[in-house]
Write a protein that binds this ligand. Structure first.
Ligand code: PXP
Length: 253
């Protein structure tokens, strides 16, 4: 089984910075620390409303990732503006996500089954520029099939509903949602897609997702940045990494 990669999403360092409008805390410094602590890559979402990460942050984080040879996973909405920025930066990967201004976070996956006419050309343009394209989708075999059909190389399965069920102790629902994640991961791998997962993962929910053998990367942000308040970012990342490795070792045993 392949080693599970950890992408650390540093968006919410910028959320805290922006609460005061100054320069501290700096998401690029957090990205550097995350890499030192063992992050395999950095994920950042440049939202249309720039509520956390700014254009200047992306410039600096992209430069850092190039300098230390770590992949930048650029999360973006399917818009002309974001496509132009992605084509300008040519990050290692772009993850296409749905975006609504009124939402607090990325609330659901990209509905590629309904929106394929809009998504397909963006996938093509990014791929032509040498950017690896990931689609953030609900764990559904239909969404997986369309993702493959429109040329994505990667799917990132939305773990939000599963994590919420775990958090609220809804055991049966969590088991059913985990089974859904597992079948979507199996279907994606069968179709030759690389499988990532993320959203809402914390120390309690991470191991069952990490144990899905087809998943090769987890992208985790909000919980790690929140936990960093109590233990520091390095310690939070080390603990997450250890739980991911434990889950993989238990499956292999
Ligand atoms: N993956 C994607 C595609 C996301 O949009 C997000 C949230 O920005 C994450 C992973 C990370 O989610 P969280 O911050 O809840 O860990």
């Amino acid at each position: 089984m392949s080693r599970l990669r950890l992408g650390v999403n540093i968006d919410h360092v910028a959320t805290i910075r922006n609460a005061r409008g100054g320069a501290h805390p700096d998401p690029a410094r957090a990205a550097e620390l995350a890499i030192e602590a063992g992050a395999d890559g950095i994920t950042a979402h440049l939202r249309e409303d720039r509520r956390h990460i700014s254009d200047a942050d992306i410039d600096r984080i992209a430069a850092l990732c190039r300098k230390v040879s770590r992949p930048l996973n650029f999360e973006m909405a399917v818009t002309d503006e974001m496509l132009a920025i992605a084509l300008d930066h040519r990050p290692h990967a772009a993850c296409l996500v749905p975006e609504r201004r009124e939402e607090r976070t990325t609330e659901g996956g990209l509905d590629v089954a309904r929106g394929h006419n809009a998504v397909a050309p963006v996938v093509r343009r990014l791929r032509e520029a040498g950017v690896r394209v990931s689609l953030f989708i609900e764990p559904s075999t239909v969404q997986v099939a369309v993702a493959e059909a429109i040329g994505a190389q990667v799917v990132e399965l939305h773990t939000g509903a599963y994590c919420e069920a775990v958090q609220h102790g809804r055991v049966d629902e969590a088991a059913a949602l985990l089974a859904r994640l597992t079948s979507a991961a199996e279907e994606a791998a069968r179709r030759g897609l690389e499988v990532h997962a993320g959203h809402g993962l914390d120390f309690h929910s991470v191991k069952p997702v990490a144990a899905i053998s087809q998943v090769v990367e987890l992208n985790i942000g909000h919980f790690l940045i929140g936990e960093a308040i109590f233990t520091g970012l390095s310690a939070a990342i080390h603990r997450m990494r250890a739980l991911m490795d434990e889950a993989r070792a238990e499956v292999a045993a």
